[in-house]
Design a protein around this ligand. Structure first.
Ligand SMILES: O=C(O)c1cc(=O)[nH]c(=O)n1[C@@H]1O[C@H](COP(=O)(O)O)[C@@H](O)[C@H]1O
Length: 240
């Protein structure tokens, strides 16, 4: 994790490489890394990863793979070759799928003599509340129990960590140990609009509870002054 200078990962949920590069240009001094998700990747293509890599920015490529093990392994090899610092798969894809992803990244990185990306499992999306979890998704029990169970499955499969909401961080730290990577979206500074996020916390709370990385999008990128917003979040992180 030495490539990340701080825990703040800014989500570049924009449509073009130009918009992404403009944000990186302004926010790089305050961000530990940047996240390229399905909006930017599907719009700009892999070229955006090469452009961000040229700027020495560690990139979390958030494409949330969820498919059969062979297909996920092939896709994980591609992102490894592109130099992703982090990539994610859905824990709901099962242990065999997660293990296939990790083995593929390690093998591909060894062939290319590069560092393998961290591979993390998406647990229960931060936009899901307890009622929807039980009644629409149809899974029983509490979200926290499911997140911890999936995290243990991910750990067993050799993954580096998980993506979860800050609300589950304390339970994850307790059950998965101090070195397990916990990436938390659903971060909202005091007073910020929650939008579609249901399980949220402030940056300071998430870090105090033990989050490794915080993913923040709109509270920075849609702010009237993104630099001031990022500086404020970083100051809150550093004050914990
Ligand atoms: O995997 C993710 O990054 C992710 C998982 C999750 O459960 N919730 C979640 O919001 N995300 C991503 O984190 C970012 C959050 O953005 P904001 O809600 O704008 O801060 C988005 O890019 C989401 O795609």
């Amino acid at each position: 994790m030495d490539t990340f200078k701080n825990p703040l990962l800014i989500a570049l949920d924009v449509n073009t490489t130009e918009e992404a590069e403009a944000l990186v240009e302004r926010l790089a001094p305050y961000a530990g890394g940047f996240k390229v998700g399905m909006q930017l990747y599907n719009s700009a293509g892999p070229e955006v990863l090469h452009r961000l890599k040229a700027r020495q920015a560690p990139v979390f490529v958030d494409l949330k793979f969820h498919d059969i093990p062979n297909t996920v392994a092939g896709a994980a090899r591609v992102l490894t070759r592109y130099g992703a610092a982090i990539l994610n798969v859905h824990a709901a894809g099962g242990g065999e799928m997660m293990r296939a992803a990790v083995e593929a990244t390690r093998d591909e990185a060894a062939r290319a003599s590069i560092k393998p990306p961290l591979v993390v499992a998406v647990t229960v999306l931060t936009s899901i509340g307890q009622e929807v979890f039980n009644n629409q998704i149809g899974l029983p029990g509490s979200i926290e129990e499911r997140v911890v169970a999936w995290a243990l499955l991910a750990k067993e499969a050799g993954l580096d960590g998980v993506v979860a909401s800050p609300r589950e961080v304390a339970a994850l730290r307790k059950n998965c140990g101090k070195d397990f990577v916990i990436i938390t979206p659903g971060i909202r500074p005091a007073g910020a609009a929650a939008g579609d996020q249901k399980r949220t916390m402030t940056p300071g709370e998430a870090v105090r509870l033990g989050a490794t990385f915080l993913v923040v999008g709109r509270p920075v990128t849609a702010a009237s002054d993104p630099v001031a917003a990022a500086m404020g979040i970083l100051a809150e992180i550093e004050a914990t």
